[in-house]
Write a protein that binds this ligand. Structure first.
Ligand SMILES: [Zn+2]
Length: 112
């Protein structure tokens, strides 16, 4: 354990908050990626627009889902002895970075 209990509590609260936000985001993206109405209902051009937007939103949805997975992993790892250590170089990750990106398991250098 390289962090104080207070630091871990702060991080845990932050991760849970981030999970909540990400779940809302995922719901929004899911609503935006529903099947698109047929051409004769909304017109050809707006249907093409809708398909383009859908592709963008689907990519965003996948990203948000990936983030949620990582956040959950971070949350379950929080009591591990090596929590807060970079998965690659094993050097401590600054608490500011963990709070900013709790889903990242790498220090700034290794994340590049
Ligand atoms: Zn590293």
């Amino acid at each position: 354990m390289i962090m104080t209990v207070e630091e871990l509590n702060t991080i845990e609260t932050s991760i849970k908050e981030e999970i909540k936000n990400t779940l809302v985001l995922i719901e929004n993206y899911k609503a935006l990626t529903k099947p698109i109405a047929p051409e004769n209902a909304i017109g050809r051009i707006s249907r093409m627009d809708a398909i383009n937007n859908k592709t963008v939103n689907e990519a965003a949805l996948r990203k948000a889902e990936q983030k949620l997975t990582n956040l959950k992993i971070a949350l379950s790892n929080i009591n591990d002895n090596d929590f807060g250590l970079c998965s690659k170089c094993k050097s401590p990750i600054p608490i500011g970075r963990i709070l900013l990106m709790p889903h990242s398991r790498f220090c700034v250098n290794c994340a590049r």
